[in-house]
Design a protein around this ligand. Structure first.
Ligand code: AMP
Length: 510
């Protein structure tokens, strides 16, 4: 306890620390708390489980006073993390009573409005916070401390503009603390723009490398699931997390594990908030020992006792790999990371293997019993067509994915406009979904409004059509059918017209 006291932590927090049986400060706490308590802006390179919450709680609880408006604002990328940080703050402030409110999307807004009136500390996700800003149900007038928690993930999830808008709403005289597992150029730029002479500290990952084993198994696509089941049944494990890249895969794997008699739960951004909370509760209380999840849904969660991490889909980038493995080998416990790699993972996994920091050994594939998956395999963006169809590589499926992705991006910018007009009604879920590879149907332009807008929305487009038809007939008068061939069907006429434009130019030059 003396060590905590020496850092300058106030008595009421020390009491709570004692109750929680913390023996000594973690590395990030040791390095950052003295600076934070001096009132400096601090950039802390620290990941989940490093003990960063206490680092910023130490100053917030010291400075905040009951009933003086919202004096501290903490932005988090996910709802779960908001809830987790809020609970931790409540624990740390048990002996200096302060009101902490968590605000995030996916749950009714009215109770949050009521709670915000009495709040001293607010923890929330950017989308819902901006929602409150536009409704004028939150005021940042009294904010003295602003914390950007898991800043890298907030930027990854596309919250950059939202975060900046919120920062601009806060008084310029404030202390800003930024916590991030990785400090990218974007993070550095954000810090440069909004922080005042920040001091940088970093802590080694809380994960103990000597306790962490990392292996990969190179296996045919059609055997991936069987190998996963084999390990889940044969490896002695405590809690297990199985990571997938998409929501569809997550559901698919969880459903099939259940079919194979394994107690598995799925969690991803496509689930309603209540379901996500319930799932996590079940997992925390060890009612189920396997959690199949996406990176987004699992991000920032402090789940104790995870002994095994399975990468069923290789993570798309190294940051995700770091976050995934950071769930295990914590607090002196052993941990194992098992990468199940098939041809479709090669590209992603190569990036991980190129990084010498990870000591990943190749494992000898054991004799496995072939398990037939019962539920239909997801199609877009995931596997090959059909679970037992062998190694299809990237050919058909890959191309489909790319096509979808570029559409997604195009839509993404369009969403920017939508959001401006429509305040912040649908920010969070969609961003989370997008990060997990899911795009709502309307984004493909086949559905409802979008279709109307595209095909007949602009006057320009509508007027073009009769004009095109006239051109078509003129073209036939000028004997250019030979260039364009048939133009009887609507599509052909449209395509034909484009070709005709070329021929018209040609005619002009002649
Ligand atoms: P955090 O990174 O803040 O989410 O903390 C991760 C977990 O470590 C939480 O369950 C904390 O209660 C716990 N923790 C924080 N600081 C310490 C410490 N000094 N000693 C032991 N556990 C801690």
């Amino acid at each position: 306890m003396e060590k905590f006291r020496k850092l300058g932590i106030i008595e009421p927090i020390l009491k709570s620390i004692q109750e929680q049986n913390f023996e000594k400060p973690s590395e990030i706490q040791e390095k950052s708390i003295p600076l934070i308590l001096e009132g400096k802006d601090v950039i802390a390179e620290a990941s989940t489980g490093s003990g960063k919450t206490l680092a910023f709680a130490s100053v917030i609880i010291k400075e905040a006073e009951r009933g003086k408006g919202i004096q501290a604002l903490i932005l988090t990328p996910t709802r779960e993390l908001a809830e987790q940080v809020s609970n931790a703050l409540q624990r740390f402030s048990k002996h200096k009573h302060l009101e902490t409110t968590a605000v995030y999307g996916g749950v009714p807004i009215n109770p949050q409005m009521r709670d915000l009136r009495a709040a001293d500390i607010v923890v929330g996700t950017p989308g819902r916070i901006l929602d409150h800003v536009s409704r004028r149900t939150i005021s940042f007038r009294d904010v003295k401390i602003l914390v950007l928690d898991e800043a890298d993930r907030m930027l990854d999830m596309g919250f950059k503009d939202d975060v900046e808008r919120i920062i601009k709403e806060c008084p310029s005289k404030r202390q800003t603390l930024l916590f991030s597992a990785t400090i990218s150029d974007d993070i550095a730029r954000l810090a440069g723009k909004y922080m005042h002479k920040p001091v940088e500290v970093s802590a080694e990952a809380y994960v103990d490398p000597s306790k962490l084993t990392q292996v990969y198994y190179d296996i045919e696509d059609y055997n991936k699931f069987s190998l996963l089941v084999h390990f889940l049944k044969h490896e002695k494990a405590d809690l297990v997390m199985v990571f997938c890249n998409t929501q569809r895969n997550t559901d698919f794997i969880a459903d099939n594990l259940k079919e194979a008699g394994i107690d598995a739960l799925a969690i991803h951004g496509g689930h309603a908030q209540q379901k996500r909370t319930r799932t996590l509760e079940k997992f925390h209380s060890k009612h189920a020992s396997v959690l199949v999840c996406t990176d987004v849904a699992a991000r920032g969660l402090d789940i104790k006792g995870v002994s095994h991490i399975y990468n069923y889909d290789a993570p798309r980038d190294i940051k995700d790999y770091i976050h995934r493995i950071g769930r295990t080998a914590r607090a002196g416990k052993e941990g194992k990371v098992i990468n199940i790699i098939a041809s479709r993972d090669y590209e992603n996994f190569q990036r991980v293997m190129h990084n010498d920091e990870f000591k990943i050994k190749r494992g000898e594939t054991p004799q496995i019993e072939r398990i037939m998956a019962r539920f239909k395999e997801p199609r877009a963006g995931g596997f090959g067509r059909g679970f037992n169809r062998g190694d299809r590589g990237f050919s058909g499926q890959g191309r489909r994915f790319e096509r979808g992705f570029s559409r997604g991006r195009e839509q993404y910018s369009r969403e920017g406009r939508y959001r401006e007009n429509d305040s912040h009604s649908r920010p969070y879920r969609e961003r989370e979904n997008r990060a997990e590879g899911y795009r709502p149907r309307r984004e493909f332009g086949h559905g409802g409004n979008n279709f109307r807008r595209r095909s007949e929305g602009s006057g320009e487009h509508r007027e073009n059509r009769p004009y095109q038809r006239r051109d078509d007939s003129r073209r036939s008068e000028h004997g250019s059918e030979n260039r364009t061939g048939r133009f009887h069907s609507r599509d052909d006429r449209y395509g034909g017209n484009r070709r005709f434009k070329r021929s018209r130019n040609f005619g002009g030059r002649r």
